[in-house]
Write a protein that binds this ligand. Structure first.
Ligand SMILES: [Zn+2]
Length: 224
């Protein structure tokens, strides 16, 4: 069962998601959301198999990591810049730098699904949520949110290091659909970016549901 079937998708789907060209998606992110984008690595055919363009045979993130050390300064927020970048390599993955127009809270898929159901019951307004073949989910929040997570988690009674809750802010990135991860499949939207979720939630609004989903009872986490 896919993530979308498991959690249900609240917002209407943009029909071109499936089979959309990477270039079109990258241009749309800059144009519609004013997100910066940067081309990552890609998958290359190699003796009937696919391998990451970085050349590492056992690349841990085949086709979906930065292609060069200065990736952060290469990122562009302009549709024309995105078009140029992907015209050079139409199959390059789409990386979205965090800490600019959004941060992301990254949790396991099981915790993410649980938290999402809880947030929906609580009526929390959510931003886009991506879902990767690594079985991780990324909740998009206002920029600067990543810095607040550790404190917010501590206030709720958990040690931040005890939770598998990764706050991605400045200097980091998330991989966006329709980037493909080796033979594992493509990154997808569990919640599409739409006009309805243009305003992102603050990280603090999501931390409680995410921390409970990641860590269970805080007392138990403190006294294992
Ligand atoms: Zn690689």
């Amino acid at each position: 069962m896919s993530v979308e079937e498991t959690i249900g998708v609240g917002a209407p789907r943009i029909p071109q998601q499936r089979g959309e060209r990477v270039l079109d998606a990258a241009v749309r992110y800059t144009d519609e959301r004013h997100w910066d984008v940067v081309a990552g690595t890609w998958l290359e055919a190699d003796n009937g198999r696919e391998r990451c363009s970085c050349g590492e045979l056992d690349c841990p993130a085949p086709g979906v990591h930065p292609a060069r050390p200065d990736w952060a300064t290469q990122a562009t927020g302009s549709p024309a810049g995105a078009r140029r970048m992907w015209a050079k390599n139409p199959s390059a993955s789409v990386l979205l730098p965090t800490g600019r127009t959004f941060d992301a809270l990254d949790v396991s898929e099981s915790a993410g699904c649980l938290a999402l159901a809880r947030m929906e019951r609580m009526g929390i307004e959510l931003g886009p949520i991506s879902s990767t073949p690594f079985r991780r989910m990324q909740f998009f929040v206002l920029p600067g949110g990543a810095l607040k997570v550790a404190d917010a988690v501590r206030k709720l009674g958990w040690r931040p290091s005890s939770l598998d809750l990764v706050a991605r802010g400045e200097g980091d990135y998330v991989v966006a659909p329709p980037s493909r991860v080796g033979n594992r499949g493509a990154v997808q939207w569990a919640r599409q970016p739409t006009a309805a979720n243009r305003w992102l939630p603050d990280a603090e609004e999501l931390v409680s549901a995410l921390a409970y989903a990641c860590g269970g009872d805080p007392a138990g986490a403190r006294n294992p």
